[in-house]
Design a protein around this ligand. Structure first.
Ligand code: PLP
Length: 404
């Protein structure tokens, strides 16, 4: 049996990516700046902010979330986008712009990829991990507040909250925002997996004080590697770009008053991004179709839940479809994973929570086992937008055989 591997999520080109790369070659913009960098930023900005009902305006419906606004703060018409070398770089810069320094504490969703938490440590700050809630598997508002209260009582108010839209599922935006406002803590929205998702019609990536996106090879769109930082003002974007290009002062010679980074996205990679933006919505539709496909497959299996939007105010890009067993004695997701592997079909356990990681064993954690249980009993299934009928047939046969 030499069947081709079915991946969890693999790159899916739209067709126009090479056109933008050719243009870059023709104009010799082989650099971390140029027309594709600017064009990709504009495309993202248009996509994220064009149809947000409430962004930058007075809330039409009370409770409609938008960027947190303190008293007397200037309302921005739309956020600004800076494209960078990775989502991790974007998180690093977001934390710097949020004022995180050595010795500070930063709250972070525990059930996530390590890239959400690592940049906290780059800055010499300490991550404080928070459990998930059952509906979206994202940061639990209850334990978020417990953590804030307890850290304040211990003498230190956390500087920021990193909340993640895991597998594309929006977190509980209003609850998180309300707590952040009440305690006046900056929200950094990790939207690495959620480009194309939205909540109450407003796109993920526009809720936090800062937000990040990732264009790594396995994400919903890819630039082969890349990311973006979304800020609420042009001034913050300029500051991000300044830091991302070695923090050069305005001077004819090379002068530096701050430590900088080399974090800008290349004009070649940005060309791929421009092509990918043209197919983003069809990619989202395809991934949602994959989710539907799994919901039908597991429809009559009572022991397994296919993770889905808890209410119709949530719109998930279903970057990856996640199944969760009530308990691994009733349904063994790991046995399913190994069964699929024999058929050359990739599936993976959910992210191993950060508070269970050897490298973060000393970090504080607030929770009651939801993330741990999701890790033990969950499985991510192949969800790529490039999976066709043939792949679906193979997946469906393999799963049906396993279920029998
Ligand atoms: C992929 C990912 C990142 C990091 O993005 P890179 O572009 O790979 O650096 C951060 N957070 C989450 C949740 C991710 O899935």
């Amino acid at each position: 049996m030499n069947k081709e591997k079915i991946w969890l999520s693999s790159p899916h080109m739209g067709g126009n990516e090479l056109k933008y790369i050719h243009e870059a070659f023709e104009q010799n913009w082989i650099a971390p700046l140029g027309p594709n960098v600017n064009g990709f930023e504009q495309d993202l900005k248009d996509y994220l902010f064009s149809d947000s009902p409430s962004f930058g305006k007075e809330d039409k419906h009370s409770g409609t979330p938008s960027f947190r606004r303190g008293q007397g703060e200037v309302k921005t018409e739309a956020g600004e986008v800076a494209v960078l070398s990775s989502g991790t770089a974007a998180l690093h810069l977001a934390l710097i712009l949020a004022g995180v320094e050595r010795g500070d504490e930063v709250l972070c969703q525990s059930l996530t990829f390590a890239a959400s938490a690592n940049p906290i440590v780059y800055l010499g700050a300490t991550p404080v991990f928070v459990d998930s809630e059952e509906d979206t598997l994202n940061i639990s508002p209850f334990y978020l507040e417990e953590a804030i209260k307890d850290r304040i009582q211990k003498g230190k108010k956390p500087k920021a909250i990193i909340a993640v839209h895991l597998y594309g599922m929006p977190y509980k935006v209003e609850e998180v925002q309300e707590i952040a406002s009440r305690y006046d803590v900056t929200v950094i929205e990790d939207s690495a997996e959620a480009l194309g998702s939205s909540y109450k019609g407003q796109k993920c990536g526009t809720f936090g004080d800062f937000a990040i996106l990732s264009f790594n090879g396995n994400k919903i769109i890819t630039t082969s590697g890349g990311g973006a930082l979304i800020t609420r003002s042009i001034g913050l974007k300029e500051k991000a770009v300044f830091l991302a290009t070695q923090a050069r002062d305005q001077a004819p010679h090379y002068q530096h008053s701050e430590i900088g980074y080399n974090y800008r996205l290349s004009n070649i990679a940005a060309g791929i991004g421009r092509g990918q933006m043209q197919v983003l919505d069809t990619h989202v539709a395809k991934r949602r179709e994959m989710n539907m496909f799994y919901r039908e497959l597991f429809g009559r299996v009572k022991e397994v839940k296919v993770l889905n939007e808890p209410e119709n105010t949530y719109f998930c890009n279903h970057w990856l479809t996640v199944i969760k067993a009530e308990d691994n004695r009733a349904f063994d997701t790991d046995a399913l994973r190994m069964h699929l592997e024999k058929e050359n079909i990739e599936s993976r356990p959910l992210w191993k929570p950060m508070h269970m990681q050897p490298v973060f064993k000393d970090a504080p954690f607030y929770g009651n086992g939801v993330a741990e249980k999701a890790f033990e009993n969950g499985l991510c299934l192949p969800s790529g937008s490039n999976l066709g009928e043939e792949e679906k047939n193979r997946i469906s046969t393999a799963i049906k055989n396993f279920l029998q």
